[in-house]
Design a protein around this ligand. Structure first.
Ligand code: 3HC
Ligand code: NAI
Length: 646
């Protein structure tokens, strides 16, 4: 069947793109659109053309899977030009998302009509490229530079009502989009809008560009596409249409072949594969109507907030009334924060909180579909919790632990129906961080596993299945990363140089700054626990600092000193003194060598994790690092960026 078809409604032709799943602009679609322009221009009975799409969305962009191959004609800029300069006016009828090349095709149309829930955008920078078919050049002419800069350099799509305000679409069609668009086409004004390619570009003061460049450079760190996109927008206002198109296309083709674009494509496809592992194809998840969280501390409150954000009613169980109050107060702080940042209205925050019932009584869980335990990291405490859950919960309720380091098999010991038990490892803050490690035990059944993945989809998280080992995937790599960072320090590299190198690599913080923020004591206590259990755990530099009372920012010092009320790290004479016997005299290494050492160590741990089957795919390890530990997305993750392809 053809991917582009033409139907007639009187004098209106309806061109439909039907290329599942997202109507991406494959070579066949591009060719089909060009053929449609030619056929309809030649048809005297056609007055106007509605461009619509079948399935869940309008055209979602160029076909990203074609980006590893040389571009095939007809090229998209020519397709858009053909539509724009067609003798018959084309009208885009947008439902779902008109993204990237999809929005560029819509920009070639004389009018853009949108369903109320539709969105439009130019997300190319999120793939390490810039729009390649006039997105920068036409958007400045359509909606001005401020809107264009925002749309193109952030890559964030905008919903139809906002797009209407910004002038990116002409009208919102409520009700049936196809018939609304046909009616619109039957009643076109005598004077049609001038094609964007024939409109003048706005005149923009130089200071606007300098200011935008400063702001974007600060935001993107080492990521190249946003600044290159800004350069395209600037050029679009400085030279004529054809020259601006040429500049944009050259930039697009250059970036399309870049390392960063390859890395971002790798992440794009890994993220889409993650929620639906092949092993769970056809396995139905349990339905989740409600949930409970045990423990309302840092993690429990964050998990409860995430569940509420997804619309589930939540019961929060704590050990006594005062702790219930503290747990609910923790939740209130989270929702109040969302109000302050403008993410939630006050009414919505109140409703979220009203959907949480605090209790100390486990019998409240008799009809709960999913329980997530987030109590202290102590086996005996967790076992008591699961004892109680085993007694009160329905036999088909999914019971999960958020343990970081304990062995889930030990936690589940003695639980009636261990097949419905699973590890669901959230990351702090749990309502923000996208990663969810899903850790089945050998007894977990596939329905429970599928429910873990379904929960991730419901919460908008990136799920990665992890096998059982100390720290699962993420914390195990973190441990290796920190050990390598300490090895550099022992070798004589300055602590601040290690942190600066990792910031230059693209992390928001270096390994030592991050520990000072989170607290050195958590990992210390875990090592002490292992030592108490008789395991041979060598003394780390961090242990020396904790023993000296330096637990991080909360104690006024860790790897660095801090002045009261100031989070800026200051080099510490005390630390130099405490560690002097452990550190060789100064070795300076350049930032790239330091980053190579640390990322190389992460990748080697990743290889071991793969070899042991703790992770199934290297790309999933990359997702863990990107979504749980702040690894720069545009580097593709430690496995990708140390591989031949990276
Ligand atoms: N190319 C190829 N495949 C694509 C694709 C694209 N542009 N967009 C989505 N897909 C695939 C996904 O890989 C997935 O495949 P799978 O089922 O085999 O795993 C399938 O389509 C469905 O994708 P999602 O799971 O993401 O579907 P959703 O319904 O959740 O989301 C969407 C739909 C909002 C359209 C989302 O897919 C999306 O954001 N896609 C990317 C859009 C984009 O970045 N477009 C710009 C491309 S670059 C460009 O156009 C350059 C131009 O300027 C020249
Ligand atoms: P926390 O100390 O902030 O909270 C624990 C809560 O559990 C407290 O509010 C406590 O009152 C409650 N609690 C203790 N015993 C209880 C019982 N028997 N019944 C009901 N409630 C009880 O601890 P945090 O940081 O929230 O950690 C909880 C779990 O999450 C731990 O297993 C931890 O390893 C894990 N985790 C922690 C992360 C973090 O960054 N803090 C990240 C991922 C997992």
């Amino acid at each position: 069947m053809s991917v582009v078809t033409i139907a007639r409604e009187g004098k209106i032709a309806v061109v439909t793109v039907d290329n599942p799943p997202v109507n991406a602009l494959s070579q066949a679609v591009r060719q089909g659109l060009c053929d449609a322009v030619a056929a309809l221009d030649a048809d005297p009975d056609v007055a106007a053309v509605v461009l619509a799409c079948a399935g869940r969305t309008f055209i979602a962009g160029a076909d990203v899977s074609e980006f590893d191959k040389p571009p095939q004609p007809p090229h998209l800029p020519d397709v858009v030009a053909a539509i724009e300069l067609a003798a018959k006016p084309w009208i885009a009828a947008i439902h779902g998302s008109a993204l990237g090349g999809g929005f560029e095709v819509a920009l070639g149309c004389r009018f853009r009509l949108a369903a109320p829930e539709a969105s439009v955008g130019l997300p190319e920078v999120t793939l390490g490229i810039v729009p390649g078919a006039g997105g920068t050049v036409r958007t400045v002419r359509l909606a001005g530079v401020e809107t264009a800069v925002d749309l193109v350099t952030t890559g964030k799509p905008v919903r139809a009502p906002r797009a209407l305000e910004l002038g990116l679409v002409d009208r919102i069609i409520v009700g049936d989009l196809r018939s609304g668009a046909i009616a619109f086409a039957q009643d076109l004004p005598d004077e049609l809008p001038v094609p964007l390619s024939l409109r003048p570009a706005p005149t923009v003061p130089e200071a606007f560009w300098d200011n935008a460049e400063t702001i974007i450079a600060k935001r993107v760190k080492g990521e190249t596409a946003p600044l290159r996109a800004l350069a395209c927008l600037r050029r679009a206002t400085e030279v004529d249409f054809a020259a601006a198109m040429q500049f944009e296309r050259t930039t697009f083709l250059d970036l399309r072949a870049s390392k960063q674009a390859a890395a971002l494509r790798h992440v794009f496809f890994a993220e889409r594969a993650a929620p639906r592992p092949a092993a769970l194809a056809g396995i139905e998840a349990r339905s989740l109507r409600n949930a409970a969280v045990i423990g309302g501390g840092t993690m429990g409150a964050g998990i409860a907030a995430a569940l509420r954000d997804a619309g589930l009613p939540v019961i929060l169980i704590e050990r006594d009334d005062a702790a219930v109050e503290r747990g609910l107060a923790n939740l209130k702080t989270i929702f109040d924060g969302a109000v302050k940042r403008g993410r939630l209205t006050e009414a919505a925050a109140e409703a979220r909180l009203a959907g949480v019932t605090g209790s100390t009584d486990y019998t409240a869980l008799a009809d709960t579909d999913l329980v997530i335990e987030a109590v202290f990291e102590e086996l005996s405490v967790k076992r008591q919790v699961f004892d109680a859950l085993g007694r009160v919960c329905r036999a088909d309720a999914v019971l999960a632990t958020n343990t970081s380091y304990l062995d889930p098999r030990e936690i589940a010991k003695g639980l009636p129906g261990p097949d419905r038990f699973i590890g669901l490892h959230f990351f702090s803050p749990a309502n923000v961080m996208k990663l969810l490690e899903i850790v089945p035990t050998p007894e977990t059944d596939n329905t429970t596993l599928a429910t873990g993945f379904a929960l991730a989809r419901l919460l908008g998280k990136v799920p990665v299945r992890a096998g059982i080992c100390e720290g699962f995937i993420g914390n195990r790599i973190l441990k290796r990363y920190r050990a390598e960072a300490e090895a550099l320090v022992r070798q004589g590299v300055a602590i601040a140089d290690v942190d600066a190198a990792m910031r230059a690599f693209g992390f928001a913080m270096g390994p030592f700054e991050a520990q000072d923020l989170g607290g050195l004591d958590i990992a210390f206590l875990q090592r002490e626990g292992a030592r108490a259990a008789g395991r041979d755990v060598p003394e780390t530099l961090g242990d020396i600092l904790v023993r000296a009372g330096r637990k991080g920012q909360k104690t006024g010092g860790g790897w660095y000193d801090y002045e009261a009320g100031d989070r800026r790290p200051l080099r510490s004479q005390d630390v130099a003194q405490l560690l002097r016997d452990q550190i060789k005299p100064g070795t300076a290494l350049d930032a790239a060598t330091i980053a190579d050492r640390l990322v190389g160590a992460m990748a080697r741990e990743g290889e071991a994790i793969l070899a042991e089957g703790v992770a199934e795919k290297a790309s999933e390890i990359d997702l863990v690092e990107i979504h749980g530990y702040g690894f720069p997305r545009w580097r593709g993750g430690p496995m990708f960026c140390t591989s031949a392809g990276g």
